[in-house]
Write a new protein. Structure first.
Length: 263
């Protein structure tokens, strides 16, 4: 999704501006998208939620397709076909990136996004900094949004680590037919409901005190959204055949605000 992330600084971007994105084609190749715990109630009502293990850490993801390199929630013209847009997409072209080996993170912009401009005088553009080299306007909102998102990412990581310590993640046996017969989809995890039901009372109480139970049950309910992917795959074919009435019928409102509130 990101091509060239560069730290935003007054020295490099003080005299420049940026423009907000007008479609989601930049994420058309993302079959899964990271989620944080605060997003799950809204995301799970619209899409299946699974988990990925990377570098010995497990994190939740929105499953946008079972076909690698495809995002069925994004129409060929860049419109979002679902009801909830994951937070990571709404901050584009910005991202919070680790700086060095410590916990420090810096706000970066994808300089190859086509949204970075040389001057802030064009209509619909926003400067990065004010006269005191402090984040200005919409960029200040982006910084605040990413800061809140990072806090919840860390809280989500702790929650997933707790579930993992109790052996609650298992491979999710999924299959997809991309025109060459049914094929196994590997790498996606789910919460093992049988293992959850076999937990000792003390372990279950630990999960309850940590606030993990709503997180668990929301994920389990989201698994019933898998058939949505098949319907979206069919819709993608129809949209590519240029049937605009179907696009209008299936298109849902775009949730692209930068307010970190998922209630």
């Amino acid at each position: 999704m990101y091509k060239s992330l560069v730290p935003v600084s007054p020295e490099r971007h003080g005299g420049k501006a940026w423009r907000g994105f007008s479609g989601y084609l930049y994420a058309a190749g993302e079959a899964v998208l990271p989620l944080c715990a605060a997003e799950l109630p809204r995301a799970a009502a619209d899409m299946p939620v699974g988990f990925l293990r990377q570098n010995d850490a497990v994190s939740p993801v929105a499953i946008c397709s079972l076909v690698p390199g495809r995002n069925f929630y994004i129409a060929p013209d860049g419109r979002w076909l679902g009801g909830y847009v994951p937070a990571i997409l709404r901050a584009y072209p910005f991202a919070l990136v680790a700086a060095g080996d410590g916990d420090q993170r810096v706000v970066c912009i994808d300089e190859e996004s086509g949204l970075l401009l040389e001057a802030p005088d064009a209509e619909g553009t926003d400067p990065f900094f004010d006269d005191q080299n402090q984040p200005a306007g919409k960029f200040a909102q982006v910084v605040d949004f990413l800061t809140h998102l990072e806090r919840d990412r860390q809280a989500t990581a702790r929650l997933c680590a707790l579930l993992d310590s109790h052996g609650l993640f298992a491979d999710w046996p999924l299959k997809v037919d991309a025109g060459q017969g049914a094929q196994d989809v590997t790498g996606i995890l789910r919460i093992d409901e049988a293992a959850l039901n076999q937990l000792a009372d003390t372990a279950f109480l630990e999960l309850r005190k940590a606030g993990a139970l709503p997180f668990i049950y929301t994920h389990l309910l989201s698994t019933q959204r898998l058939p949505v992917l098949s319907r979206l795959a069919q819709l993608q074919t129809q949209l590519q055949q240029r049937q605009p009435s179907l696009a209008d019928a299936f298109e849902m409102p775009i949730d692209d605000d930068l307010e970190f509130n998922f209630d």
